[in-house]
Design a protein around this ligand. Structure first.
Ligand SMILES: C[S@@+](CC[C@H](N)C(=O)[O-])C[C@H]1O[C@@H](n2cnc3c(N)ncnc32)[C@H](O)[C@@H]1O
Length: 163
């Protein structure tokens, strides 16, 4: 995930959830209120997946840094690196460009880290999620957004100054 910030996604209503489910639920995954307090919606499995199996692609609008800088909500950004060192951003915020993987929550606390069951990886210019261990029907998908996602702007500066 991008280090470009995160915002509050903890407001959910039954009506909104119903509408979102119509758009995003599929045969593999469904949306529901997250098992993590204050985290908003989360993604739950409709199937059993073996460890290492590919779950789905992280889909969104493809934008460059200039466009990314203009967008207020950067919490659905994912940076994709190219072989020549350049990169682009996938912004999954707009529903029309995304799929259910935009709702996968990230582990934040040591307790949550123990529950991480999937990871993101890049293949060519695409981002996919895969199972880190067996995932069973009803499990919530939890990924690690990376070392910078939860940092405040001042902590980010410190993080990069050490590199
Ligand atoms: C990519 S969105 C995930 C989907 C989001 N839960 C929703 O309902 O739209 C990332 C945002 O979800 C929330 N979130 C994800 N993991 C969380 C966690 N462990 N604790 C609290 N909030 C979390 C944060 O607001 C974060 O910026």
């Amino acid at each position: 995930m991008s280090d470009l910030g995160h915002s509050k996604h903890n407001k959910s209503s039954r009506k909104e959830l119903k509408e979102l489910k119509k758009i995003f639920d599929n045969n593999k995954f469904y949306l529901n209120k997250s098992t993590i307090k204050q985290a908003g919606y989360g993604v739950f499995s409709n199937k059993n997946f073996k460890a290492k199996s590919r779950l789905d692609e992280y889909i969104g609008e493809i934008i460059d840094d200039e466009e990314g800088a203009k967008r207020n909500d950067k919490s659905y950004f994912f940076r994709v690196f190219h072989k020549d060192g350049s990169s682009h951003i996938i912004d999954a915020l707009p529903h029309e460009h995304s799929n259910i993987m935009k709702f996968v929550n990230g582990v934040k606390t040591p307790q949550q880290r123990k529950r991480q069951n999937c990871e993101a990886y890049q293949r060519n210019d695409k981002i996919y999620y895969r199972a880190l261990r067996d995932i069973n029907v009803g499990d919530e998908l939890l990924v690690d957004y990376g070392p910078t996602y939860w940092l405040k702007p001042e902590e980010l500066e410190k993080f990069y100054s050490k590199m």
